[in-house]
Write a protein that binds this ligand. Sequence first.
Ligand SMILES: [Zn+2]
Ligand SMILES: [Zn+2]
Length: 268
Amino acid sequence: MRPRSPLRVRVLRSGSSGNAILVEAGPTRFLVDAGLTAEAVLREIEEDGQGPRLDAILLTHEHDDHARGAAAVARATGAVVLTNEPTARAAGVQLAGASVELFTSGKPFALGTVEVTPFPLPHDAAEPVGFVISRDGVRAAIASDLGEVTDELLARARGADLFILEANYDLGLMAVSSYPWFLKNRIVGAQGHLSNDGAARAAVAAADGRPQTVCLVHLSEENNLAPLARDTVKAALDAAGARGVWVEAVRPNRGGPWWTAASAPGVR
Ligand SMILES: [Zn+2]
Ligand SMILES: [Zn+2]
């Protein structure tokens, strides 16, 4: 019998102070990134009554806001850390004492009930990746952090039921913000972070005429606003005739609601 909800996903926290996404697929339960303390993660994952158990922590890249809690969360939950070799090396002490298994970017692998495909993203880290997570015909694509939209990202994300995508800054707000110029240059660079306009382009290109959800993450506290990010992406989708795409933006350093395949309009 087909499970009622093949995939459930919730952004536990998103932004420069820490990133973690919880994925549940039947008995399989894991995080994408662990940029929070073990206490914060345990508080979140114990909320649904399943206890402090995780199968794995997938790492997108080694930056503090994505990996700083990895070892502590792994020890507290029994999770294995899954990452590529350059990221494992660069993460160093952030993985101390954790059991680590390596994947190869671009190569799909099984994780319990789901298939995971890590794919390269342009960002100033050792070997940053996004993930496509699929189960039973339902597909979620996760892309954060990234400096620009690549053809590979679009190919991976096209038609995904859920597209979790960075929308870091609004160019106008960035221009007038107090950030020093070198930091602004890093953020807007091709290996930095994605703007609302970049996210809008990616969302339009990933739409395929079916109902989908785009969830915008990693919003800057200073250089963005959640309604602005959402409206920028939604307006671009509407202008492109992709009206069936639901867009939400997770406020900086907050969590988002559960997304379930069963509740997504148009998905079995
Ligand atoms: Zn980063
Ligand atoms: Zn980040």
